[in-house]
Design a protein around this ligand. Structure first.
Ligand code: ADP
Length: 425
């Protein structure tokens, strides 16, 4: 195949040669035939040429690989390069992980030398390398799954945060989209820091209030029932506020860490067992209703022990609060394929379906007045969701009104002597 410009040159040359020959022969039938043949040959040459010059990009940088090989690829379409140039975030077209095209923003971030290079060496971040590893992603299989952004913490420098997303195209082509989240993160951090600082400051006066209430209750004249009632109300409300402060501190801590994957291997079986024992020994209502079904082997995951314990406490605690007294609370921990599944089910009033999608919103309660009186802050499931996300887990809540609720968390296991069982259907 030859390109349009070369074809034009060849066609003009053919016609010129035809004209010279026909001049030599003079004006007779042979010269007319020669000219006609030359014109036909020129037309064929032009027709068979490739339209590459029409698809020349505007500003987007193309690698030689594109020119050499990617004829007809979306990367070569003028609309693609026009779109890529207009985007402020870096956009990179890759084929078999080789950089084919990069827009201005990508060249500014990564340098012009990335053209024709392997995208993993161009981006140089463990999370990006993992995402783009052919065996770990369905890129080479041409799958269209996995479009969720993946965080690149401390990229391109410490303290910065970008995300990477891969849009898969046909064959081995894909578009890599990078997004700078650093400023959004900074604003989020300021908000979380403010909530954390305010909550921390409230802890000291609250501890003083509770201390003095206790002292007043213990000392002297207990005969005044009105006074005792008021002291009881102050104590209960201060305790509720203390729980709110603790939950606010927890959620701001979890939020601050949400893009930092835990790097310590922990045993989920031991963490859930310890949470169950603590709740069975606690002063919470219905400790005797908890029935645990835990495996007798380790379930190793990358995790934060404190946060996973809080996750278990929150969902078992909810089952204790919202389940009917005297009915069992089942805590199941199982292994399904390469994931650990924690399932807590209760027999209670259940949750109407239209409330289910909103349960993990902060301060969302199904029955505000009732749940407030039970002692809920409305933050428990929001904390659970953030902890699950940080651990690459999935939270699901199923409920049947007047029957009960099951909360499930699935967490990815790591390779560490875990007996592999087939995934349940
Ligand atoms: P709270 O501290 O109020 O319990 P959560 O965030 O833990 O807050 O839960 C949000 C709301 O979801 C609760 O107020 C309650 O209405 C509902 N809920 C959570 N778990 C259950 C459950 N096991 N059974 C019934 N309702 C539940």
């Amino acid at each position: 195949m030859i390109d349009r410009l070369s074809a034009l040159v060849i066609a003009i040359t053919i016609i010129a040669i035809g004209a010279i020959i026909s001049i030599i022969y003079g004006s007779n039938a042979a010269s007319i035939t020669i000219m006609s043949l030359a014109a036909l040959l020129a037309a064929c040459t032009l027709y068979s040429s490739t339209p590459s010059e029409l698809y020349e990009p505007t500003n987007a940088v193309y690698s030689d690989h594109v020119r050499a090989r990617k004829i007809g690829s979306i990367f070569h379409h003028p609309d693609f390069s026009n779109w890529a140039d207009q985007e402020r975030e870096p956009i990179i077209g890759i084929s078999n992980n080789v950089v084919m095209i990069a827009n201005d923003a990508a060249v500014a971030l990564l340098g012009r030398h990335i053209m024709g290079a392997d995208i993993r060496t161009a981006i140089r971040h463990p999370a990006a390398a993992e995402l783009l590893r052919p065996s770990s992603t369905p890129l080479l299989a041409g799958s269209h799954a996995q479009a969720d952004p993946v965080s690149l913490m401390d990229y391109p420098r410490t303290g910065f945060h970008w995300t990477i997303r891969i849009a898969r195209l046909s064959g081995n082509d894909a578009i890599v989209l990078l997004n700078d989240r650093s400023s959004i993160d900074a604003a989020d951090r300021m908000r979380s820091d403010f909530v954390a600082n305010a909550s921390h400051e409230l802890r000291t006066p609250l501890a003083a209030i509770l201390g003095y209430v206790e002292t007043l209750q213990d000392m002297g004249d207990n005969s005044d029932p009105m006074q005792q009632r008021f002291l009881g109300i102050i104590e209960r409300e201060a305790q509720r506020m203390q729980q709110l402060v603790l939950d606010l501190l927890s959620i701001s801590r979890v939020e601050a860490d949400r893009f930092r994957r835990p790097t310590t291997p922990v045993n989920l079986t031991a963490i859930v067992a310890s949470a169950v024992h603590q709740l069975q020994d606690s002063a919470e209502p219905r400790p005797a209703d908890i029935i645990s079904h835990l495996p007798d082997h380790r379930l190793p995951i990358m995790g934060d022990t404190g946060q996973l314990s809080q996750l278990a406490h929150n969902i078992i605690g909810n089952a204790m609060k919202y389940g009917r007294a005297g009915t069992p609370i089942h805590v199941h921990l199982t292994q399904e394929g390469r994931r650990a599944i924690l399932k807590v089910s209760d027999q209670g009033n259940g949750i109407p379906p239209d409330h289910l999608p909103r349960l993990t919103e902060r301060f969302y309660r199904v029955d505000d007045a009732r749940n407030r009186s039970i002692g809920g802050t409305g933050l428990g499931l929001a904390i659970v969701k953030h902890i699950a996300e940080r651990h690459q887990g999935q939270l699901s809540i199923e409920s049947i009104v007047n029957h009960g609720t099951t909360v499930s968390i699935s967490l990815p296991l790591i390779n560490e002597d875990v007996p592999t069982t087939p995934a349940s259907p």
